[in-house]
Design a protein around this ligand. Structure first.
Ligand code: PMP
Length: 476
């Protein structure tokens, strides 16, 4: 779809042209530019509940949800009220505010779960530091892991996205997957060489990397469930084996829940994974499998990730992210320890208020509504595509889901597999949905984001449009 003046997107087209004169590509984050789908990126001017409105006054059912944060839907009245009240008290002081500890407590208590290998519920994270973006959270977690272990190397998995810091852009998902970029210019060879990129869900590859470089590996970083190359949950047993292996070699595990945290479920994807592990232990009747003995006092006996990063939902739509972990590791951060991290806007009161209010309203009922909407839309997409004869696969991880276009007889487990997607079909599908009032992520590699505000009316509107989009995809 070429960008044409006139039509239903005339204002957006004019705004895009104006933006392109002062902003590279007209956007402040690449995937917004519709690079892989073409056409006029919609400028949005308002959002309420499950809906967004563009600059031309067209309303859409939104399945982007600000790329995740809008768990309760856009402009949730309680969140807006709380943020307005906070704003009236001052936009930020660069000093601590009371709400920061409340948000940290909320994160700690949500992540206090029964865990495999431990006798009772334990807090997965005991200390939390608030930062402003997911990129900062993972960047800091990696620095902390290097500081804690005194080792240089990092393992990441192909197709996983952890933000745009130098060491994490190799074979990353999200916008790099969308634009088919293997990495980024501007990253030095020295920095790139500190990151080993391995295929996801490939335990032998991980074992080989540890066998070769074990005493130089500071950490393994992984999305709790991959969701930036389409949604690819970890293969059964992979996460646990990854953690046990890393710990056996004295390396830390950073579980990235920036996207999945408080969205895949109330305790993120870890909450789902831990329950599955516990169930597997019961099924195996051998009792919980003990983890490897702690090495250097850094790792727990239980098979738990050492650092967890959060973003998106935790900020309720404002710039806020977090990292958390065990006390011994987290207290290596300045001012207590030698690992430096800081931020003028860290713990900003408006962002903290938005996150705290969002989490407090994200109760069991909200997750039930979100889960119902996600299931209905995922199933609707699957049946519409099947009816139209479009090869596809619906991928799910908790309340997260995505649709892969192409022939995937088996559930894909690696980036190499999902890169075989038929993006042309996604493009046609996307534009038909957009033209009929549904705002999907403009990329075949992104998750679709429902919210707790997607009620029957919003779901029905999506279901009514899906068959048209599926037929458009079939014509490609
Ligand atoms: N980690 C994951 C898993 C993410 O999905 C993202 C963003 N999509 C990030 C890190 C980076 O977060 P941010 O865009 O806030 O820097």
């Amino acid at each position: 779809a070429p960008r044409v003046p006139g039509g239903t997107a005339a204002r957006s087209a004019a705004l895009a042209e104006r933006a392109e004169r002062v902003i590279p590509g007209g956007v402040n984050s690449p995937v917004r530019a519709y690079g892989s789908v073409g056409g006029t990126p919609r400028f949005l001017v308002a959002g309420r509940g499950a809906y967004v409105t563009d600059a031309d006054g067209v309303e859409y059912v939104d399945l982007v949800a600000s790329w995740g944060p809008a768990l309760l839907g856009h402009a949730h009245p309680a969140v807006v009220d709380a943020v307005q009240a906070a704003a009236a008290r001052g936009l930020g002081f660069g000093a601590s505010v009371p709400e920061e500890a409340e948000l940290a407590e909320e994160i700690v208590s949500r992540l206090t779960l029964p865990v495999p290998g431990a006798p009772a519920s334990v807090p997965l994270v005991e200390r939390v530091r608030l930062v402003s973006t997911g990129t900062e959270a993972t960047m800091t977690a990696i620095r902390l892991a290097r500081g804690a272990t005194g080792r240089p190397l990092l393992i990441k998995f192909a197709g996983h996205y952890h933000g745009h810091s130098d060491g994490l852009l190799a074979e990353a998902g999200s916008g790099l997957a969308t634009l088919a970029m293997p990495g980024s210019a501007g990253v030095t060879a020295e920095t790139a060489a500190q990151t080993l990129v391995l295929p996801y869900n490939d335990l032998p590859a991980l074992e080989a990397a540890f066998a070769e470089h074990g005493d130089r590996i500071a950490a393994v970083i992984a999305e709790a469930a991959a969701a930036n190359m389409g949604v690819l949950p970890p293969a059964p047993g992979f996460t646990r084996a990854m953690i046990a292996l890393a710990h056996r070699h004295g390396a830390l595990v950073i579980l990235d829940e920036v996207l999945t945290g408080f969205r895949a479920g109330p305790a993120g994807y870890w909450g789902i994974a831990a329950a599955e592990m516990a169930a597997a232990d019961v099924a195996a009747e051998g009792g919980p499998a003990a983890g490897a003995p702690a090495e250097g006092g850094l790792v727990d006996a239980a098979v738990l990730p050492d650092l967890v990063t959060f973003g998106k939902v935790v900020g309720g739509g404002l710039p806020l992210a977090a990292l958390g972990g065990r006390r011994e590791v987290m207290e290596l951060l300045a001012p207590l320890g030698p690992v430096y991290q800081a931020g003028t806007l860290s713990g900003n009161p408006l962002a903290v208020t938005a996150g705290l209010t969002t989490l407090r309203h994200a109760d069991a009922e909200a997750y039930a509504r979100l889960g119902r909407a996600a299931a209905a839309i995922a199933e609707g997409a699957g049946s519409a595509l099947a009816a139209a004869g479009v090869p596809h696969r619906v991928q799910r991880a908790g309340t997260l889901f995505s649709v892969l276009f192409g022939d995937f007889p088996e559930a894909p487990t690696t980036y190499a597999q999902v890169q075989r997607q038929e993006v042309g079909r996604h493009r046609a599908f996307f534009h038909e949905m957009l033209a009929r009032g549904v705002n999907l992520p403009p990329s075949a590699f992104e998750a679709w984001f429902a919210t707790a505000a997607h009620d029957d009316a919003a779901i029905e509107r999506v279901l009514a449009v899906l068959p048209h989009a599926a037929r458009a995809a079939a014509r490609v």
